[in-house]
Design a protein around this ligand. Structure first.
Ligand code: MF3
Ligand code: CO
Ligand code: CO
Length: 365
């Protein structure tokens, strides 16, 4: 069954290929006791017994103070470095209106998930300017949405801002009403790997959030996403986010006219594996243009897919990496998809245009 965020592959993927990346443990913060070390060092020197006792007492007082300080710091750090509480759903507010004069994509008004179009997308010389404009708008909206990310903002507030920017530009927010999706943008927090529905949950320091913006402008869709850091994010999660972005860049770097699609998954997997991260197989990139989701499906994991890229075609690459399992579970809302083991996931997405010598990223501003 297919949806995007990419598109969801119908056949559930086999076995967990993800590896657990051990983050630094709390115990390292307590390693070693400087007191015994200092005493034995100075003990061998010319201190008389009395001096030594006074020194030892002073040191142990100092040591005790340092221990308390360290403990206090660790307690404050704990929520950042420890396991975060599982994501819970908030309240979803009523659907926002879109002004009547804005043209809707054909799926709006039906709650049935559209089929994935079989035609690859080629905007051609007539459509490329419109495709560029749609992609640029999506990138600009995403950049502005990213600036809103901070502790206490709700994902619903991000949705309202994104919705407003898109309709102000005379475009339609593609997710709104796509297969019944109730909001204008996907906001996927922490272990949510994709298709999070904006709701009343406030972001917290230490969260990561993927914002996935798609706009429909002058008959073309532009689709792009990034994962943003909220407040103080642990170093291990920051690294996941950075490596995921690098995976997207490396996937794009192999693209050009005549290159085989399977190179994308090979290159992305090689990079993710270096860090022990899993590459989610269930959600894939897709052709994008006059339709939101079409073939070719772009697999981000190692695969044997046939077919090669053709100059002038447009599609997305949108890898999702996890620190643990690559298996997913979906909430009863039928959209919000989390890692099965609750480990954090990150995603980045661009819409690209294949050229004779490479690929042009269309979703930039
Ligand atoms: N933007 C997603 C993609 O990358 C699709 C989201 S579909 C929605 O393909 F309905 F969940 F919004
Ligand atoms: Co997409
Ligand atoms: Co997207």
């Amino acid at each position: 069954m297919a949806v995007a965020g990419g598109l969801q592959l119908s056949a559930p993927s086999h076995g967990c290929q993800g590896q657990v990346l051990l983050s630094s443990t709390k115990s390292t913060l307590f390693a070693g006791s400087p007191l015994s070390f200092s005493l034995s060092t100075y003990g061998k020197e010319s201190f008389c017994r009395k001096n030594l006792v006074v020194f030892a007492r002073r040191l142990s007082g100092l040591e005790e103070a340092m221990r308390i300080k360290r403990e206090r710091e660790t307690r404050q750090l704990a929520p950042k470095i420890g396991r975060r509480p599982p994501l819970r759903r908030g309240r979803v507010s009523p659907q926002l209106p879109v002004p009547d004069h804005i043209p809707r994509p054909p799926y709006v008004g039906s709650s049935i998930l559209p089929e994935i179009a079989s035609e690859h997308q080629f905007p051609g010389s007539e459509g490329i300017a419109d495709m560029r404009a749609a992609c640029e708008l999506a990138a600009r909206v995403l950049e502005s949405a990213g600036k809103l990310v901070r502790p206490s903002i709700t994902t619903n507030e991000i949705d309202i801002a994104v919705h407003q920017m898109i309709v102000d530009a005379g475009a339609y927010p593609s997710p709104l009403g796509y297969g019944g999706f109730p909001k204008s943008v996907c906001t996927s927090v922490n272990e949510c790997m994709c298709h999070g529905i904006p709701d009343s949950r406030q972001l917290q320091s230490g969260d990561i959030i993927n914002i996935d913006v798609t706009v429909y402008l002058n008959g073309y869709h532009g689709d792009t996403s990034k994962t943003f850091l909220c407040g103080e994010v642990s170093e291990s999660i920051q690294r996941l986010v950075k490596v995921t972005e690098e995976c997207l860049e490396k996937g794009i770097a192999v693209c050009k006219d005549g290159a085989s699609f399977k190179k994308i998954g090979k290159r992305i997997s090689e990079h993710a594996e270096k860090y022990g991260y899993g590459v989610v197989e269930r959600f894939v990139g897709h052709g994008v243009g006059t339709v939101f989701h079409s073939e070719p499906l772009i697999l981000h994991h190692r695969n044997d897919q046939s077919g090669s890229m053709v100059e002038g075609q447009t599609f997305t690459i949108e890898p999702i990496l996890t620190m643990g399992s690559i298996e997913c579970k979906t909430w009863p809302d039928n959209w919000t998809t989390l890692t099965a083991d609750g480990s954090p996931a990150a995603q980045f997405e661009h819409t690209i245009l294949i050229t004779r010598t490479g690929a042009e990223i269309l979703t930039t501003c």
